[in-house]
Design a protein around this ligand. Structure first.
Ligand code: 7RM
Length: 629
């Protein structure tokens, strides 16, 4: 799979050129690196107005043959997955490609023995244990559509997702470890299943030994898998058959089930993984995301395994047993590529740097960031202390909807620029638009859009193609609209500035909340901030800033004055927040994204309209903010 990678800037520039002049041919050449049962007849059919996107039509494959079987010929004894348990005293596990293949096939046979077949939807609600990755691959093996629901979600959130896709089976566990806590997953699943009539079997993996209630549809995993063998020929899938559904939150309460397809998703995740991280055979790669998120799907499971990499799965959290766990694990397994989120970096940055320095991080070659814009302070801390100024940092911009990384530097191959995701990957045609949809040239700021399909774009929203059209293809006809704003420098580098829906109109001025937050974050005592608008009699809207402060506030008035002065100086007096509220935390999704919808309700005093806060990472801060308003 090394052929997939551009190793020099010249390679990269040549690829970019080819992708621009012969876009579909460009992807067809990349696609020849994979095992297909039948070659495609048509590379691409698309119409962003309909919208419709189809890649490698007529092609047939099974992604698990590319993730597993193919490597059995060349590197059966190479480690595929390293499992690092929550508890550092529990031994880590290593699965070779051969073992992983066998486990996936047995698990696939277990699913089949319980009636699962091609096209069925199977919900997976499991902790970060190897069996989660195995379950995902087992579904793909038999052509069942997996729908992984992050194991931190509530019973109501789980039930909504199971019902939306009419799942016929649930794979879960008795419980899951996360730091010092045990989540009673089966208990939560039982509550959810009370309102899920389509689920006929629930297969329960034993992880914690937690006592659980037992229902007629329940089967223990270890019992169900006893009587099956590991011979399971892969189901032959059409390129456009759905591979999985993954839910992402939208502006309404109803989550969107993004549907990814087999052929295009395989091609793009492998291509992007290889190029962005510049993985070399034998390297140990670690992405700290949970498989419950798209980052885990694409860059723990499918991308790395397709190229034959060694991918590390971590069950725990960065703070357990101490705030040095990431660095301890990097040293222990000699991690070469490390991929995490700015929210984790900022959390770790608050602790003594000695916690980083006491570990041998000399194996690290590449660092990655994903999930939100990385602020300058976090970028430099990551670069200085983790990378020792010796590891390229790839700031990777993408979405659940895009399936893979679209804008990023390629480690050590293309130039990086702090706080910039930098350049679109070869084959990605990014543009900046103004509010009327005109393309902006050169150095500029505007709305990010993509004007040509790439293989891993989500094909629809499960059961709601109209919503797919209205959310992503209607704002600017002819373009894919991701919902993010960006600025572009003279060299074409993109800096993602935040969601464009985070715009507040104050006295007739359009103010992006992201630049105001950046100004607040310049203050030496500010760790993180979030700014939202709330209705105001005179100005139409006014601004409310929520700030997290380092240490204790000695003099609140001085701090507020300094913060207002900073905003005034950086953006202008119009952007000065009316309210500045010091908080201990901001309401966040489990993947670290600030829930602005909730902050807006809090700022407006609409406490009865907060909606369901149970899926938040930290629901307790909502109460705290309310009390202190
Ligand atoms: C991979 C993932 C997608 C949204 C996206 C952005 C934000 C993600 C970056 C980023 C700035 C980045 N999928 N985002 N990566 N913003 N720089 N490198 O996070 O579907 O959960 O979220 O996340 O707003 O639209 S996601």
């Amino acid at each position: 799979m090394d052929d997939l990678a551009y190793k020099t800037l010249e390679d990269y520039q040549r690829a970019k050129e080819q992708a621009l002049t012969h876009p579909s041919q460009f992807w067809a050449e990349i696609a020849t690196n994979f095992d297909w049962h039948r070659k495609w007849d048509t590379i691409l059919e698309y119409d962003f107005h309909k919208p419709e996107v189809k890649w490698f039509l007529g092609g047939q494959l099974n992604i698990t043959e590319n993730c597993l079987d193919r490597h059995l010929k060349t590197q059966p004894n190479q480690t595929a997955i390293i499992f690092e348990p929550n508890d550092p005293d529990e031994v880590a596990q290593h699965f070779t490609y051969k073992e992983l293949h066998s486990r996936v096939c047995r698990t696939a046979n277990m699913l089949k023995a319980h009636g699962a077949k091609k096209g069925d939807r199977i919900c997976i609600y499991m902790p970060m244990v190897p069996e989660l990755a195995i379950a995902v691959l087992a579904c793909a093996r038999i052509g069942a559509i997996h729908s992984v629901v992050f194991a931190g979600f509530s019973a109501a959130a789980l039930a909504a997702r199971i019902n939306d896709a009419s799942c016929s089976m649930l794979l879960t566990a008795d419980g899951g470890y996360r730091g010092s806590k045990v989540t009673p997953l089966k208990d939560i699943a039982d509550k959810a299943l009370k309102s899920c009539s389509t689920v006929r079997h629930s297969i329960v993996f034993k992880r914690t030994g937690l006592e659980v209630a037992w229902n007629p549809i329940d089967i223990w995993w270890h019992e169900a898998i006893k009587d099956v063998d590991d011979n399971c020929p892969a189901e032959v899938m059409d390129s456009e058959d759905p591979l999985f559904i993954l839910y992402t939150s939208g502006s309404t309460g109803k989550p969107k089930g993004m549907v990814h397809s087999c052929g295009g998703y395989m091609v793009y995740t492998a291509y992007s993984f290889q190029n962005v991280f510049q993985y070399n055979k034998g390297d140990v790669y670690w992405c700290t995301a949970d498989i419950g998120w798209i980052t885990g799907h694409s860059y723990i499971v499918y991308g790395p395994l397709t190229v034959g990499a060694t991918t590390l799965m971590f069950e725990g959290v960065p703070s357990y047993p101490e705030y040095d766990r990431f660095w301890e694990v990097c040293a222990k397994h000699k991690v070469n590529q490390f991929y995490t989120a700015p929210t984790a970096i900022r959390a770790l940055q608050k602790h003594p740097v000695e916690l980083v320095n006491k570990h041998d991080l000399s194996s690290l070659k590449v660092l990655g960031s994903v999930g939100e814009p990385i602020n300058a302070e976090a970028w430099h801390w990551y670069d200085d202390h983790v990378g020792k100024n010796n590891c390229p940092i790839v700031d990777t911009w993408w979405q659940t909807e895009t399936g893979g990384i679209l804008i990023t530097s390629l480690a050590g191959v293309t130039p990086q620029k702090p706080t910039y995701a930098t350049l679109p990957m070869p084959g990605i045609q990014a543009v900046l638009l103004d509010n009327e949809g005109n393309e902006l040239a050169d150095e500029n700021e505007g709305i990010l859009a993509i004007k040509y399909p790439w293989p891993s774009i989500a094909r629809t929203i499960w059961g709601d193609h109209e919503r797919y059209k209205s959310v992503y293809f209607s704002a600017f006809p002819g373009y894919y609209f991701p919902g993010d704003g960006a600025l572009r420098d003279a060299d074409g580098n993109y800096r993602i500035t935040g969601r464009v829906d985070d715009v507040v109109i104050v006295s007739g001025h359009n103010l992006g909340t992201a630049p105001i937050e950046n100004a607040l974050n310049e203050h030496p005592n500010v760790v993180e901030s979030a700014v939202v608008g709330f209705p105001h009699d005179i100005k139409g809207n006014a601004l409310h800033a929520f700030v997290i402060i380092r240490g204790t506030v000695e003099d609140a008035n001085t701090l507020e004055a300094e913060l207002r002065a900073l905003v005034s100086k950086t953006i202008g007096p119009i952007a000065k927040p009316d309210y500045i509220q010091v908080v201990s935390g901001l309401p966040k999704t489990r993947s670290g994204k600030i829930m602005r919808r909730i902050l807006r309700k809090l700022a407006a005093g609409e406490y009865d309209q907060l909606g369901d806060v149970s899926t938040l990472l930290n629901p307790e801060v909502v109460e705290e903010i309310k009390q202190n308003s």
